[in-house]
Design a protein around this ligand. Structure first.
Ligand code: MN
Ligand code: MN
Length: 287
């Protein structure tokens, strides 16, 4: 049962089948460093998902519209300020406690910290694949240790995961390089990476996947706050999904900025990723 203090819409968790994948919107962008806007992203991604210009089939042939274990829970009801982090963590824990898995739609990247805090309790030995133009390893930004530029420093300091593998990275400065060395972060830098390289062959699940849409080249995903040229193509990113180790137990798609996405193209990319990631989670969950 959902408690009275739940931030998940009332009754949303009732009847949630075990092994389902819950799509949860996290409309939060207070920790953005340059532009606000990602708080509006979940609604745009859901709209793109169900746009009649396309269908709900995944590339593997699964139609999510017919899949009872694929559930949209709407947006979390979040307070202002850092109390939101506790609400996010508690809400994810509720989903995991029901035997379901969570695929979260950001929101800025700061939300990954409370999401991973919840996951590491249910999935000991968790590893993360973090796909981003930026390593998000600042110790602090503008005096804020919870900035969207910092979540992976906090995750590593708290010892939440056994491995952190980053892909798409092309903005390393000396401070963040030092942070990566300090924490033992495995960075596959964009300048060196080729599609055939995939991911480290010895990487094992349980796995959490965090996708910052600015990992993609701005030609493919212009609707972000920090576009950085020289990134992945949509097809390359979809190819990485196909080589993720199993089981994929949780994921987020963050940093869509609808104010920078007038054509809705980046929301469409996010919806495509949502479909493909959900399909992988559904297969892994049933295994
Ligand atoms: Mn980024
Ligand atoms: Mn990021």
């Amino acid at each position: 049962m959902v408690s009275d203090s739940s931030a998940i819409q009332e009754h949303a968790l009732e009847g949630l089948p075990t092994d389902s994948v819950a799509i949860l919107g996290i409309p939060w962008d207070e920790k953005s460093s340059f532009l606000r806007g990602p708080a509006g992203a979940p609604a745009h991604i859901r709209q793109a998902l169900y746009s009649s210009s396309t269908n709900t089939a995944t590339e593997s042939g699964l139609d999510l519209r017919d899949e009872p274990r694929f559930r949209l829970l709407g947006d979390l009801d979040l307070e202002n300020g850092e109390a939101a982090f506790e609400t996010i963590e508690r809400s994810i824990a509720q989903i995991l406690d029901q035997g379901s898995r969570a695929l979260c739609l950001g929101g800025d990247h700061s939300i990954t910290l409370p999401i991973v805090r919840a996951h590491c309790r249910t999935f000991p030995g968790l590893s993360i694949v973090h796909i981003d133009a930026h390593p998000d390893l600042y110790d602090e930004l503008g005096g804020d240790r919870l900035s969207h530029a910092c979540p992976f420093s906090r995750i590593m300091e708290e010892g939440l995961v056994s491995r952190l593998v980053q892909l798409g990275i092309r903005t390393l400065n000396p401070h963040q390089r030092a942070q990566a060395d300090r924490f033992g972060v495995e960075i596959l830098e964009m300048r060196d990476w080729r599609p055939d390289d995939g991911l480290p062959k010895d990487l094992e699940g349980p796995l959490y996947l965090s996708v910052d849409l600015d990992a993609l080249d701005p030609a493919f995903a212009p609707g972000v706050s920090h576009p950085e040229p020289g990134g992945l193509s949509s097809r390359e990113l979809l190819g990485i999904l196909q080589v993720l180790p199993s089981p994929l137990v949780g994921a987020d798609i963050v940093e869509l900025n609808p104010l920078r996405d007038p054509q809705g193209l980046t929301a469409r990319v996010a919806a495509k990723l949502l479909k493909e990631i959900a399909a992988i989670m559904l297969v892994d969950s049933a295994a």
